[in-house]
Design a protein around this ligand. Structure first.
Ligand SMILES: Cc1cc2nc3c(=O)[nH]c(=O)nc-3n(C[C@H](O)[C@H](O)[C@H](O)COP(=O)(O)OP(=O)(O)OC[C@H]3O[C@@H](n4cnc5c(N)ncnc54)[C@H](O)[C@@H]3O)c2cc1C
Length: 602
């Protein structure tokens, strides 16, 4: 049985006024929350159904102010190049399938963002994505053997072409001087380098996508508007009750579909909706803190992201990393994260959030998770009582010559980890999960990882479940293929398509191209010079090709299936005959000349 709680979210109570509906016809879609997930879903829907009326409600006075804000997350384009938690070795062998899934999902993100640049939805790619090489770093014989095996297995897969590996301290010192300076060189060390890693400003992406949506008459953004009530109407639509936090008024709208993109605050809203699936979930908030510096002398020595390995028994979000960041134009280094505990579900949330979310259904599963994950509980308790000295020592383990005066402590966003009631009892999940009511009219996203990096895949999987019929139609198929040229294909199985897609997205997003593509081009440049052939590549007309496609309907899992980095990727495996190749519409000469940053990479 689902318990329903009146929401006491994060703000002073406002007076309950009468609730006139301010639209005669129900809205097509209500998006709750102005973070990257709602922005991505709104962007998809606007392109798929431009006439649909969509309203977004955001409780704060600006969008992208919670976890999606650049200051509140790590800004990593999680593509599994450096995150060793995606390649576990629990079975005694390094398993790379989870990494492959995440990498393919990030390639979908690149295509989605590239398409938005081509469409003028996103502008100035360097404001939201930049090439920042990704490194994994380990110490000690056991972890060196792990990284070597990981490298060997990954580089057998075309997704990781161009990855480099070294056990040579001098070479590694060239790669990451800050980290290697001042170390005793006797301990075995190993690192991998993936030049095509990225740093992403998800807040800027969110702001730009929502600003573009606001340019059309079918979209309305309501700020300082907190969704507090979700009730079923007799006709199956939803009555969404919204408190205006500025005026204290409460109003309501009706909608055919509601998406709960409220970040950490999704769980209480889901409970408020009363859909059957809500009773399966509990949530445990874990905050993140970072040490950061903006000292240009230090920042300029580390234009990279270096991920270490999580300690024994520590959760994936505890992986220590020293990251180059672009904080809305300000270069910085972040080190962390350090876990914090607060009972808030949002950074700007209320201390009552956790307690208000407890119900008869989820309290026992949550307690079971506590008993079953004692190492996690111990880790969190250790983190919570950690002193400033201990945090600085953790930084010095990574960057021995760090000077305390350069670093400040910053509290980033809240993550609410999912606790799910399963046949085996309460289970703690670190991934994300799309939840959809039986009739598809109410959907939500729980969880935080890999999160923003894979938001286009996550929202696509939501579209496929909520709008299964429309997704199967020719019109949606065509638009989806325009947005995502590799739609329905596994890039890991299709090296030629992977090469083309990477080159195309690198061009539009102004990113460095993968090293293997640069090397191939250099080789072909030499061949051309030898042939004396300097003919420019012509623009190819592929209009016929782009119209040709034949899709079969997507399988619609009516169950509340888990979508996480463990799912088979991509989760939208449609059979497709014709493949759209928009990169051929751009002058091949321009694509092959590469992004502006190719010269830098050389
Ligand atoms: C410390 C940390 C580091 C991270 N690092 C990375 C990383 O490196 N790479 C990565 O890809 N991901 C990372 N993530 C995860 C990523 O930040 C999230 O997956 C992503 O931002 C979630 O976006 P969202 O739109 O779901 O939520 P949010 O961005 O939190 O947006 C939710 C919005 O809903 C609003 N809201 C809440 N309740 C209501 C209501 N009742 N009515 C109206 N509005 C409401 C909130 O105010 C907020 O604006 C990190 C997260 C954290 C906390």
């Amino acid at each position: 049985m689902v318990k329903r709680f009146r929401l006491l979210l994060c703000s002073p109570l406002v007076a309950l006024a009468s609730t006139p509906a301010f639209a005669d016809e129900p809205l097509d879609v209500v998006l709750v929350g102005g973070g990257i997930m709602s922005a991505t879903l709104g962007t998809y829907l606007h392109e798929l159904e431009p006439e649909w009326n969509i309203q977004m409600f955001e409780r704060l006075d600006a969008v992208a102010s919670e976890s999606s804000n650049a200051w509140n997350n790590s800004g990593s384009g999680h593509s599994a190049f450096m995150e060793m938690n995606y390649t576990p070795d629990d079975s005694g062998q390094v398993e790379i399938q989870r990494a492959v899934n995440v990498t393919e999902q990030f390639e979908v993100s690149r295509q989605f963002w590239a398409h938005q640049v081509a469409n003028g939805v996103l502008n100035d790619p360097s404001s939201f994505i930049n090439t920042v090489p990704h490194f994994s770093l380990v110490w000690g014989d056991e972890d060196v053997a792990f990284l070597r095996e990981r490298f060997e297995k990954m580089t057998a897969n075309p997704l990781y072409a161009g990855m480099e590996y070294s056990e040579d301290p001098e070479e590694i010192a060239e790669w990451m001087p800050l980290i290697m300076a001042g170390r005793d060189g006797s301990r075995p060390v190993a690192a991998t380098r993936m030049q095509m890693g990225t740093e992403v400003n998800y807040g800027e992406q969110t702001r730009q996508m929502i600003a573009s949506l606001e340019d059309n008459e079918h979209f309305t953004l309501s700020l300082e508007s907190e969704v507090r009530g979700l009730d079923r109407n007799d006709d199956g639509t939803w009555r969404v009750t919204v408190a205006n936090l500025a005026s204290g008024d409460e109003t309501s709208v009706d909608a055919r579909y509601v998406f709960l993109g409220a970040g950490g605050a999704v769980l209480p809203l889901l409970q408020e909706s009363g859909i059957a699936q809500a009773s399966l979930y509990g949530g445990f908030p874990v905050g993140g803190q970072f040490l950061y510096t903006t000292n240009p002398e230090i920042v300029s020595q580390h234009p990279i992201k270096v991920y270490g390995k999580a300690g024994e028994g520590s959760p994936p979000m505890s992986v220590p990393h020293l990251d180059y960041r672009n904080l809305d134009g300000e270069p910085a280094l972040f080190f962390g994260p350090f876990a914090t505990f607060s009972s808030k579900f949002l950074k700007e949330g209320s201390w009552t959030d956790l307690f208000g979310s407890l119900s008869l259904d989820n309290t026992w599963p949550m307690m079971q998770v506590g008993f079953d994950n004692f190492s996690l509980v111990r880790y969190l308790m250790g983190q919570v009582v950690q002193s400033d000295n201990a945090r600085f020592e953790a930084l010095q383990d990574f960057y021995p010559e760090a000077n305390r005066d350069d670093w400040q402590l910053w509290t980033a966003g809240q993550r609410v980890q999912i606790i799910k009631d399963t046949d085996d009892g309460g289970v703690l999940q670190f991934g994300t999960e799309v939840i959809v009511s039986d009739d598809g009219s109410m959907s939500a996203l729980l969880g935080a990882s890999p999160g923003a990096s894979t938001s286009p895949t996550i929202m696509l999987s939501l579209l496929e479940r909520v709008f299964a019929e429309q997704v199967a139609s020719d019109a949606w198929q065509q638009t989806l293929t325009e947005i995502l040229p590799s739609y329905g294909q596994h890039l890991a199985d299709n090296p030629e398509l992977l090469r083309e897609v990477r080159s195309y997205t690198a061009h539009l997003l102004e990113l460095d191209e993968p090293m293997n593509l640069l090397e191939e081009r250099e080789a072909s440049d030499v061949d051309e010079m030898n042939d004396g052939d300097d003919t420019a590549t012509e623009i190819m007309d592929v209009s016929d090709e782009s119209d040709e496609h034949d899709a079969v309907p997507v399988a619609n899992d009516a169950d509340n299936a888990l979508f996480s980095s463990d799912s088979p990727a991509p989760p939208f495996a449609l059979r497709r005959v014709g493949q759209r190749r928009p990169w051929l519409e751009i002058s091949s000469a321009r694509v092959l000349a590469g992004s502006p940053s190719v010269a830098r990479a050389r």
